[in-house]
Design a protein around this ligand. Structure first.
Ligand code: NAP
Length: 515
């Protein structure tokens, strides 16, 4: 048997192998070893300094529209290699084609979106923030806020569930802003990130050092950050806590964005009857969210709130849809839901499920799904499981994110009760609200807006048009307060704010003119 390839890192404008045997990446369905990653022995300080000192100035010498053209060229390279990315995703993430598309095509789409947005900014080298405002009675002396591209490097520490989208949704606004990027992907699925970076780097589109990738342990990366660098983390709340307390953030004030886990909700408004269009839209969306990427989406629905009189009907409607989900080997065309990404995730999901099951009934049991074309002793496949409890007050339902195909159905008495239960998530990425009464939907959406980065409102007229509870669109904000990490990403040009420094220029009107 040949030794699996050791993936190279790209740092300091060079491809470098780590020193050591490497950590193996596996096929979660077949259990076979695929490739290895290793970051030991890299000179991280020198690598980040190269990006800061060479790539940064070269990127900032261009205007926004010129950098946008580079993003557009990267899109072409990625599109030309899509087939390879799908093969890697099938092998390493265990995803069916539609789920691979969410990650791969979602990432390419987001990059393309920022290429188009950047074009509209023209060849300027900085952005203005608002109008000049006079500082005294005399209009001659004014204050103009400007946004200048950060002179540091952007370090991304990413989660395993979106090796493509997780890279490009961050890299697009960073590179468009003129800030070089170093990505450390989640180890379990690092292969796809590494290959995409390799293709774009080897195409010679960006100045050397603009796009780097370090695969394997993140040890030492944060130590190499300096005050003008930027750190964007996506992952669990536990790791986020470590990141926040690292001296780079706590002492050197490295700007830090955190996207953490979240116990997202779906809410059927009071007054909707069982079997109504809104009710069916909720059942459909819950089943979809539970099964897309085997529920390994930070935005997936974890808690489902329905009026107490519809608890039984909702349990049946969602379960009936889940029962139709075929689970197993993503290479088999009959399969709709593939695997969890690794043995470790499989065990973590089983443990989380067992924790919830101590307090909840199992309304649809994932174990009832026979695996298609996959060996249950080897494959990290798990059928979708709907849990439920008539007691919605139990803490564990509101503070436990099981990162897999699992959701819990909970009944509420009235709208105030429902809203208070949703808020027990202590800040989430997204809540979706289902109903038909525009006024009631608007009221509920505004009530939930302060505790959610996004409120997805589904009424029958958008039933077949809406973009999906868990789908993150580059036009809309992604992130959430409190437990969700307090971060903000995307939201069109708003995303550029993180990669710019705001400063007030106080000067005469004559000096400020033409900025
Ligand atoms: P994780 O274990 O927290 O890991 C996230 C990243 O941090 C990985 O690259 C990991 O590297 C790295 N890491 C681990 N320990 C570290 C440390 N001490 N210092 C610096 N980096 C460290 O999370 P995960 O299991 O990959 O991802 C699943 C979680 O991410 C879920 O809870 C999900 O909700 C959340 N998530 C949130 C969003 C969002 O946008 N809010 C999106 C996707 C996922 P290794 O892989 O090498 O351990």
């Amino acid at each position: 048997m040949s030794t699996p390839e050791l993936l190279h890192n790209h740092l300091g404008g060079q491809w470098i192998a780590g020193r050591g045997a490497g950590t193996a990446l596996f096929d979660p369905v077949l259990g076979t070893e695929l490739v290895r990653v290793e970051a030991t022995g890299l000179d991280l300080r020198a690598g980040l300094a190269f990006a800061r000192e060479h790539a940064g100035p070269a990127l900032r010498a261009l205007g926004y529209a010129q950098r946008a053209a580079l993003l557009g060229a990267a899109v072409k390279v990625l599109q030309a290699n899509r087939d390879t990315y799908y093969e890697i995703a099938t092998a390493n993430s265990g995803t069916v084609k539609n789920d691979s598309a969410v990650d791969i095509d979602g990432g390419i789409f987001t990059l393309g979106h920022y290429a188009r947005l950047g074009e509209s900014l023209g060849d300027r080298r900085h952005l203005l923030d608002g109008e000049a405002i006079r500082l005294g009675k005399d209009p001659l002396f004014q204050s103009q806020h400007v946004l200048s591209p950060a002179r540091g490097v952007a370090l991304f520490i990413n989660a395993f569930n979106f090796p493509s989208w997780g890279l490009w949704e961050k890299a697009a606004p960073a590179l468009l802003s003129g800030v070089p990027v170093v990505v450390k992907p989640g180890t379990a699925t690092a292969w796809l990130t590494q290959r995409m970076v390799q293709d774009v780097v080897n195409a010679g589109i960006f100045p050397p050092g603009s796009l780097s990738v370090v695969c394997g342990s993140s040890a030492g990366l944060l130590d190499a950050l300096t005050p003008f660098d930027l750190l964007s983390f996506t992952g669990s709340a536990d790791t986020a806590e470590l990141i926040r307390s690292h001296p780079a953030v706590a002492r050197r004030s490295v700007r830090c964005n955190i996207e953490a886990d979240s116990v997202n909700s779906a809410l059927l408004l009071p007054g909707e009857s069982a079997g109504s269009e809104a009710f069916e839209l909720l059942a459909k969306e819950v089943a979809r969210e539970m099964t897309v990427k085997s529920g390994q989406k930070c935005t997936a629905i974890r808690r489902v709130f329905v009026p107490q009189e519809h608890y039984e009907a909702a349990a049946q409607a969602i379960s009936a849809r889940l029962a139709r989900t075929t689970v197993g080997n993503p290479r088999n065309e009959a399969v709709r839901m593939g695997a969890l990404v690794s043995r470790a995730q499989f065990s973590a999901v089983q443990a989380g499920l067992a924790r919830l099951q101590q307090q909840a009934s199992t309304l649809h049991d994932g174990a009832s799904h026979a695996l298609v074309d996959a060996d249950p002793a080897v494959a990290c496949c798990l059928g979708p499981t709907l849990l439920g409890s008539r007691d919605a007050e139990v803490d564990v339902f509101h503070d436990t994110e099981v990162f897999g195909p699992v959701a819990t159905l909970l009944p509420y008495r009235d709208l105030n009760h429902a809203l208070s239960l949703v808020r027990r998530g202590e800040g989430s990425l997204v809540a979706s609200v289902y109903g038909n009464d525009a006024q009631a939907l608007q009221t509920a959406a505004l009530e939930l807006a302060d505790s959610h980065g996004r409120v997805h409102v589904i009424s029958p007229e958008v039933g077949s048009l809406h973009t999906g509870h868990g789908n993150v669109m580059p036009q809309s904000l992604h992130g959430g307060p409190g437990r969700a990490g307090g971060g903000e990403e995307l939201g069109g040009l708003r995303a550029l704010g993180f990669y710019h420094r705001r400063s007030a220029l106080q000067a005469s009107t004559r000096v400020l003119q033409g900025l």
